[in-house]
Structure formats: structure tokens, C-alpha cells
Unconditional design. Structure first.
Length: 179
């Protein structure tokens, strides 16, 4: 009886573990950059990161973009971590956009995580960009974008298979054996 129970627990754990939606890391090397960005390899951060630095004496915005970013058909959320250190006047800001639609605008010194639902864009090619918008202040602003991931949505089929497998195991375990 104990062996069956342990077997049932192991099968349940395996089914839950195998149906879990794993995130897909975004490779920043496919993005176009201008002179104010340094890509940082994954050894320093948990995943690749982009360091934005304002170019003093220039009104040029610092941009990291991919105009042909393919969103998978099972995409659920886009998540990323950000650190923004603003100039003292608060004119500079960090912006993330998809197809020219602003996702987030940050005007003050701040750190955190951002999550956006990608279901309206599933299976589409979009323009994804991160920009440090500068206003030629004497104090330079800096930002880091890191840990860009797309978290997939588990398919209904896998959830159905998981549920039916668990029900089948419970029924088999509870049914008395005929001898």
C-alpha cells in the first residue's frame, strides 16, 4: 500500500513538474543599440543586461530596440527588472514600448520589476524598445534593464492531460482489486 502511495506521489510530482510553464529568456544581442548602451554578459546579472548611460552634451536619446521581435504564440507575460538613476531635475526618463505604445515611463530614481500581458500580441512580430530619454541636463542619468523573460501560458491540452491523469491515478488507486 505504501509503495502505491509513493508511486502516486511521484507520478503527481512528475506531471506537475513537466507541465510547468518555463520562462523564455530574451537575447539582447538581437537588439539594435546606439552609442550610450553597453550589453553586460550573463555572469554579472541573472541573465543578460543592458546598461544605459546618458551622453553628456548631447540631446540624443539612448535606445535599445528590436523592430522585428517575434512574440511566441504561447506568450503570457513579458517581465523585466529595471534600475533607473535620474538626473536631479527629473527631466530624463526611462521608457519601454511595444509598437510605439508606452508600457512604462519612469521619471524618478527607482528600481523594480515590470510585467506586461502579451496575449494581444501572441504570434505577432512587434517593435520592442527601451529608451533613456534625455534632455541635456548637466547630471547624467543611468539605467539598467535586465532579466528580460517571456513567460508562456500553459496550453489547455496539457492542463487537461494533467487533470485526467491525476483522476485516473486516483480511480485506479481506490478501485478494489478482484482476485
Amino acid at each position: 500500500m505504501k509503495k502505491r502511495f509513493i508511486f502516486l506521489i511521484c507520478c503527481t510530482f512528475f506531471l506537475l513538474y513537466s507541465s510547468f510553464a518555463w520562462s523564455c529568456h530574451i537575447d539582447l544581442s538581437s537588439f539594435q543599440t546606439n552609442s550610450g548602451i553597453t550589453l553586460i554578459p550573463g555572469e554579472i546579472y541573472d541573465g543578460e543586461a543592458a546598461f544605459f548611460e546618458e551622453i553628456i552634451g548631447s540631446n540624443e536619446n539612448v535606445i535599445l530596440k528590436n523592430d522585428a521581435f517575434n512574440i511566441p504564440s504561447n506568450a503570457g507575460d513579458l517581465i523585466f527588472q529595471y534600475i533607473f538613476i535620474s538626473d536631479t531635475g527629473g527631466n530624463d526618463h526611462l521608457r519601454a514600448t511595444i509598437n510605439s505604445t508606452n508600457l512604462i515611463d519612469i521619471y524618478t530614481t527607482k528600481t523594480g520589476w515590470y510585467s506586461m500581458d502579451l496575449s494581444p500580441y501572441q504570434g505577432q512580430m512587434v517593435s520592442l524598445s527601451f529608451e533613456l530619454l534625455t534632455h541635456n541636463s548637466p547630471v547624467e542619468s543611468k539605467a539598467i534593464i535586465s532579466n528580460l523573460d517571456i513567460i508562456p501560458v500553459p496550453s489547455p491540452t496539457s492542463m487537461f492531460l494533467l487533470a485526467s491523469g491525476l483522476i485516473g491515478l486516483v480511480i485506479r488507486h481506490r478501485r478494489p482489486r478482484l482476485k
